[in-house]
Design a protein around this ligand. Sequence first.
Ligand SMILES: *Cc1c(COP(=O)(O)O)cnc(C)c1O
Length: 377
Amino acid sequence: MGEWDGPGHQTGAVAPPIFQTSLFTKPSFEEFTRQQAAEHENYVYSRGTNPTVAFLEERLALLEGGEAAKCFGSGMGAISAVLAGLLRSGDHVLFVNNVYGPTLELAEYLRRFGIEHTVLAEATADIEDHLRDDTALIYVESPGTLRMKVLDVPALTRVARRRGIRTVMDNTWSTPLFQKPLASGVDIVVHSLTKYIGGHSDVVGGAAIGSREVIREVFYNGHQLFGSVMSAQEASLVLRGLRTLPLRMEEHQRNARRVVDHLAQRPEVQAVHHPHADHRPDEEIVRSQFTGFSGLLSFELGDATFERVAAFVDGLSLFRIGTSWGGYESLVTAPLRPGTEAELRSRGIAPGTVRLSVGLEGAERQIEDLEGAFAKL
Ligand SMILES: *Cc1c(COP(=O)(O)O)cnc(C)c1O
């Protein structure tokens, strides 16, 4: 992670200090005016920059291979700052591949400000057919976090660059350890730090990473004016998470591979969705773009009714029922609500879909818990 080299480093403290201060005073008025004029690179006020948060931003930029990063109070804080900060009335956005629900709700909300969008739920090759003269941004997830389909990211960014369209990718599922979108030509990477990077289910946060120029634009428009700020306390929790990220991701991966292999053998399971699962039509892309896989996956229960999905979910005990993912504890949720089978099918989602966040308790216990729930069906 690199040692703290900011103020106070002479003390030899091994953990980055938490700068619990809302503002930073200056020795002269002239110095104050100089620093305030470039608030993105000076400590003036903690809604803008703070040393603990800045240390985390440097680490995240390094991990993603970007020039700069900005942290936010949540993943949605980062996503809304990027969209609202970079777009203007009359712009069009193309969303590709099962994008996170609240991101699409935000896109819907932005219509009232004259920002239009199209959603391409499938990871198709014909992106170009869906671009318009006013398309200003392409926003993607790969894999999408429900059906786990992946995109040919370099092919997509080649088209976007040729047309002068910026690209944004939500890389929360992979973390920067397993996929590096900026190296594939993506302009801005966004993260929910709430998931694997925080890693302990005790902090909500987000980040945007890219070139110095684009992050500066996001800072002045999206961050300063919307005010979704990450506190120094939260930054220190995320920094603590970063220290064990490689170890945790290896273990999530190991456990998830075993859970995927196990689910694939169960007669009640019609399909397993995870980049590790066999016989994927997009195997080639998976091999070329990922250096590892995280522990979030989904599978399809056959003969699905709400009662059957509920019976399975309630039959688990180690996997606890809840939204979010990426922490120590294994979690389970499902998209089905009573009476929504047809609506889900129309969106290409099997009604029996169950989503698991495979945590760190160990594959033996996780598989035993799944077996128990299958037995109760
Ligand atoms: C959770 C999540 C977000 C939003 O992050 P918050 O920290 O909850 O605001 C965005 N994208 C994906 C893929 C997520 O899972």
